[in-house]
Design a protein around this ligand. Structure first.
Ligand code: FES
Ligand SMILES: [Fe+2]
Length: 380
């Protein structure tokens, strides 16, 4: 792993001046639409893990105003399409996931598509002169996979290379060998909060002593080291206390941890937890012995769906009595504490009494993220 930039814990004091954003950035449907156009359709979007879609199956996803379909054929090829029938626009697959054995059929008039998106059958179209099935395939969506993480690109034209988007995050976390890890738990959360509040919450730990007593017992909340803002990502790390091997409800054990550290991690990585955001839709949270990914799916200015995956090493999963619940329940608890705060923030920001407030000198990444948004979607 590349050396991380280290900052002093005793950061220089800052002056009052940089404040939180005006309410409209979090509440205005028109600004949400601008973000969809200038941010969500200009970046690769995290769409889950490769093992979400076994061969011969599909999953559906809603990302912003797009209804999407990920399909893996029996040969193992994964593809993405807009989940919209080419006849009269009906949602093709309505379940969250299901089997895909050779074809997918629209429930309305039985147009049938092959798993490569080609239109196979279109009943009652035989007598339409000039109609050719090859002219009406499902609309494809660009898909790339990094280390088992599936990314989609919803913009027009040729997407930028995924490696350019990842911008060294892939090499920084190469030692975790995420492609080998398997999903051991998956949970979905519904928030009454703007997607940006989730990212801001993730990138400061000043709320940790109040909100996360269980986390503060394992990782000092002021131990965070922030990386400078990058064009597509933000990152930070925090240290584990001596005697703690990871973040889990069974820690501190001060003895044998429940799981071995992932092979290939150096000493620094075994003592740290990393908090990265691949903007705008992935939070990446590598621990010494597991990884949590968060997929942010903004549904409206004040609604966000988040799906979390817990990933562990196959050798651990194969052990008799394998039980990941200490890690799963730790983050499920921490998530619920965070989402409640995000919902409360949205409620306050939506109120007439809200005025932008001052950031502290330990909230510099939040101010940088606010600027990142405005540089792309514009100022209100
Ligand atoms: S809308 Fe799908 S077959 Fe008619
Ligand atoms: Fe938190």
């Amino acid at each position: 792993m590349k050396a991380m930039v280290r900052h002093s814990n005793d950061r220089a004091p800052s002056d009052v001046g940089v404040t939180t954003l005006a309410a409209g950035y979090y509440t205005d449907p028109a600004y949400f639409a601008r973000e969809q156009e200038h941010i969500f359709r200009k970046h690769w979007l995290f769409a889950g893990r490769h093992d979400d879609v076994p061969p011969g199956s599909y999953v559906t996803r809603r990302l912003g105003d797009a209804q999407l379909l990920l399909v893996r054929d029996e040969a193992g090829v994964l593809r993405a399409f807009h989940n919209v029938c080419r006849h009269r626009g009906t949602l093709l697959c309505s379940a969250e996931h299901g089997p895909a054995r050779g074809h997918l059929q629209c429930a309305y008039h039985a147009w049938t598509y092959r798993l490569d998106g080609a239109l196979h059958r279109a009943p009652h179209m035989e007598k339409v002169s000039g109609f050719r099935t090859e002219d009406w395939p499902l609309l494809p969506v660009a898909l790339q996979v990094w280390a088992g993480n599936v990314f989609l690109y919803l913009g027009e034209g040729t997407p930028p290379p995924l490696s350019e988007y990842l911008d060294t995050v892939d090499t920084r976390f190469a030692a975790w060998a995420m492609a080998e890890l398997r999903t051991v738990a998956r949970r979905t959360y519904q928030l009454r909060a703007n997607w940006k509040l989730v990212i801001s919450n993730y990138h400061e730990c000043l709320h940790c002593p109040v909100a996360h007593p269980q986390l503060c017992k394992l990782s000092p909340y002021l131990s965070g080291d922030n990386e400078p803002m990058h064009p597509t990502w933000m990152g930070a790390s925090m240290e584990l206390l001596p005697g703690c091997a990871t973040l889990s409800l069974s820690e501190p054990t001060a003895g044998a941890p429940r799981r071995a550290p992932l092979p290939g991690l150096d000493e620094q990585a075994r003592r740290s937890v990393f908090y990265y955001a691949l903007l705008p839709s992935m939070l990446l949270n590598p621990h010494p012995d597991y990884v949590v990914t968060f997929q942010l799916r903004p549904l409206a200015a004040d609604r966000t769906e988040i799906e979390c995956h817990w990933l562990m090493h196959p050798d651990e999963i194969a052990r008799p009595g394998f039980d990941p619940s200490d890690a799963v329940e730790f983050w499920d608890l921490t998530n619920r504490q965070d989402w409640e705060l995000s919902d409360l923030a949205q409620a306050g920001i939506s109120s007439r009494g809200y005025r932008p407030g001052p950031y502290s000198n330990r909230e510099e990444l939040l101010a940088a993220f606010d600027r990142w948004v405005i540089e792309r979607a514009g100022a209100l």
